[in-house]
Design a protein. Structure first.
Lengths: 90, 436
C-alpha cells in the first residue's frame, strides 16, 4: 500500500485519497490561446521520475495538496506544511 | 530460397503436425526462429518497441509495402512488456462506430492469423459476456449492441436466464449485492495465446528481412529544423536515433512503446495526452474446465477467462495513480477476489498462483493515438491503455500503411493526435475498460 503523507492527517493509505494527476499552473482562460488551453487540458509530461502532482484527502481532511513523488520508486519528497496553499488547483 | 522484396531470404521452415512428428521421432531440435543481427548504420524505417504492435507494424511494412530494410528495437526482449502481460482477450463490441470498425478488422485478422503466420495462436472464439448490474449499465449494453449491429458485429443483449445457460457457474440470482440484470453477448470474442502472436509476427518479419534488435535501448531521437532545442519539436523532421549500441540514421521512426510512449516521444519534442498506469492481473491454480466464455463486469471492475490449461486469468482496472513500477499490491488481490466471488461463489476454495503487472498508456478518451505527429517522420502508435493486445494486427497494418504511403488510412483517421487540438475526442470509456 502506498502511504501518502497528507500535510494535515499524516501518512494515509492511498485508498483514503483521490489522485488528482500532474500539477500544472492553470493558464488564464481570458488570455490563453486555444492551443495553450488544450495543452493544459490534455497534454502531460508523464515522466519516469520526480513528478509534482495533486492529491485529494477524501477520507481525511478533505483538502487538496500538491507533493512530489517519484513515479518509478514511489518515494515522496517536499511535503507541504499544513495550510500551505501551493498547487492543488484541480 | 524465396525472393521477397528484391532480396534473397531463406524459406520459412513450415510448422506442421508432420514436422512435429518427424522432429520428435528423430530427436531433432528446432532451428532458431529469428536471427541476431549487427546493428547497421542506417535503415529505411526504425520501429521502437518489440512488442506485438511494433512487430506487426514491421511485418506489414515488409509484406504489404515491400519495406524490408526495417529495424525493430527493444530495450529488453521481444514481447517483454504489455504483449506478454495482458489477459489475451480479443473482441470488437465497442461503443463508437470508429472503434467498432477498427476492432472488427482486428478480429478478422486474428481469425486468419494462424494460417497466415503458420503458427498456432490458439484463437478460441468462445464468446464474450459483458455483465450489467444496473439499469444504467444495461442501457449502455443496449447502446453498444445497436452500434455493433450497425457495424456488422455479432452482439446482442441477453437476460439472466440466457446468461445462466451460457455460463452456469455465474450467480444470476438476486442474492448478490449487485445482481446480474443482463449482459452484452458477443459470440466472436475470445482469447488468444499472446506469446504465439508475438513470436509469429517476429518469425514472419524475420523471414522477410526485417531485423529485430533486443537489448537495444533508444537513448535519443535526432531531429532537425524543429522549434525546440536541438531541432526537436513541431515543424522539424527525424534524421535518426541514438541507441546504447550506436547511432542509426533513418527518415522514419515509429513509436510503439505503450507504457513508455511519453518518454520516447519527449525525445522527439512531442508531448502526448498520456499518463502511464500499471494494470494488475492474476492467475489461479488449474482446475477442470467450467467457464466456457470470457466474463467481464464493468461495475465490479473485473474480467475473467479460463485458459486451456484450466487456470482462471483475472484482470481488473488500472492502479489509481500514475506509476512506472510494476510491483503488485495486496489491495488489488483482495478487491479482485471479493468481486470474483460475488460473480462466482463456487470458486471460493481456488488459490491464486501469481500476480503480475504491466504498464498502460492511458488517454483521456480511452481511444488510441495513432499516425503522424508535428515532427515529420515521427509516427506514434500509442495510447493503447488496457486494450492494446486485441488491436495489434490492425494497428500494425494501418501504421505500416501510414508510414509507407505518408497518408493517414481512413480506418485510423479518428485516432489522430490532432483530435485533441480539434476537440474531436473518441469516447470509448463505456466499452474499453472496467475501471469507471
Amino acid at each position: 500500500m502506498l502511504l501518502v503523507p497528507c500535510p494535515n492527517c499524516g501518512p494515509r493509505n492511498s485508498t483514503d485519497l483521490r489522485y488528482g494527476g500532474e500539477s500544472h499552473a492553470r493558464p488564464d482562460p481570458n488570455t490563453a490561446s486555444p492551443s495553450e488551453w488544450r495543452a493544459y487540458l490534455y497534454l502531460r509530461d508523464n515522466p519516469a521520475g520526480w513528478l509534482r502532482e495533486n492529491w485529494y484527502c477524501a477520507s481525511g481532511c478533505r483538502r487538496w495538496f500538491s507533493i512530489e513523488r517519484n513515479t518509478a520508486t514511489n518515494e515522496f519528497r517536499d511535503p507541504p506544511l499544513p495550510g500551505d496553499k501551493r498547487g492543488g488547483a484541480a | 530460397m524465396a525472393a521477397i522484396g528484391g532480396r534473397l531470404r531463406r524459406r520459412p521452415p513450415r510448422y506442421s503436425a508432420a514436422a512435429l512428428a518427424w522432429k520428435g521421432l528423430r530427436g531433432e531440435s528446432w532451428p532458431r526462429v529469428w536471427r541476431d543481427c549487427d546493428l547497421k548504420r542506417s535503415y529505411d524505417a526504425v520501429v521502437i518497441g518489440g512488442g506485438v504492435h511494433g512487430l506487426a507494424t514491421a511485418y506489414y511494412l515488409a509484406r504489404d509495402h515491400g519495406m524490408t530494410d526495417v529495424a525493430v528495437l527493444d530495450k529488453a526482449y521481444l514481447g517483454s512488456g504489455g504483449s506478454g502481460r495482458n489477459t489475451a482477450i480479443v473482441r470488437s463490441n465497442y461503443l463508437t462506430p470508429e472503434g467498432v470498425a477498427f476492432y472488427d478488422r482486428s478480429v478478422h485478422l486474428y481469425e486468419q492469423m494462424a494460417v497466415e503466420l503458420n503458427i498456432n495462436v490458439m484463437f478460441s472464439q468462445r464468446g464474450h459476456l459483458t455483465l450489467a448490474h444496473s439499469d444504467a449499465s444495461l442501457r449502455t449494453m443496449h447502446w453498444r449492441a445497436e452500434v455493433n449491429k450497425l457495424g456488422g458485429v455479432n452482439s446482442s443483449v441477453i437476460g439472466p436466464d440466457e446468461i445462466k445457460k451460457e455460463c452456469p457457474s455465474l450467480d444470476t440470482s438476486d442474492h448478490p449485492r449487485y445482481p446480474i440484470q443482463g449482459a452484452l453477448y458477443h459470440p466472436p470474442g475470445g482469447v488468444v495465446r499472446h506469446d504465439a502472436v508475438v513470436w509469429g509476427y517476429a518469425r514472419a518479419a524475420d523471414h522477410m528481412g526485417v531485423e529485430m534488435h533486443q537489448k537495444t535501448e533508444v537513448t535519443d531521437i535526432v531531429c532537425e529544423g524543429g522549434d525546440g532545442p536541438d531541432g526537436k519539436g513541431a515543424g522539424g523532421r527525424v534524421t535518426g536515433v541514438r541507441t546504447n549500441r550506436g547511432d542509426i540514421s533513418t527518415p522514419i521512426v515509429i513509436n510503439c512503446t505503450a507504457g513508455w510512449a511519453s518518454l520516447i516521444s519527449t525525445m522527439a519534442g512531442v508531448r502526448l495526452p498520456i499518463t502511464t498506469h500499471p494494470l494488475q492481473a492474476a492467475v489461479t491454480e488449474p482446475v477442470k474446465m467450467f467457464l466456457p466464455t470470457v466474463v467481464v463486469s464493468g461495475s465490479l471492475h473485473v474480467y475473467v477467462s479460463q485458459t486451456d490449461r484450466g487456470e482462471l486469468v483475472f484482470g481488473a482496472s488500472v492502479d489509481p495513480y500514475a506509476n512506472y513500477s510494476v510491483r503488485g499490491s495486496l489491495e488489488f488481490t483482495e478487491g479482485l477476489a471479493g468481486h470474483v466471488l460475488e460473480l462466482m461463489p463456487g470458486v471460493s476454495r481456488m488459490r491464486i498462483l501469481r500476480q503480475w503487472s504491466g504498464l498502460c498508456d492511458m488517454t483521456p478518451d480511452y481511444s488510441p493515438v495513432m499516425g503522424f505527429t508535428p515532427v515529420d517522420g515521427f509516427l506514434v502508435d500509442v495510447g493503447w491503455g488496457t486494450y492494446g493486445f486485441k488491436a495489434a494486427p490492425v494497428s500494425g497494418e494501418q501504421m505500416a500503411e501510414a508510414a509507407a504511403t505518408g497518408r493517414t488510412p481512413k480506418l485510423i483517421e479518428a485516432f489522430a493526435l490532432s483530435r485533441f487540438d480539434n476537440g474531436e475526442l473518441v469516447g470509448e470509456k463505456g466499452a474499453a475498460s472496467v475501471g469507471h
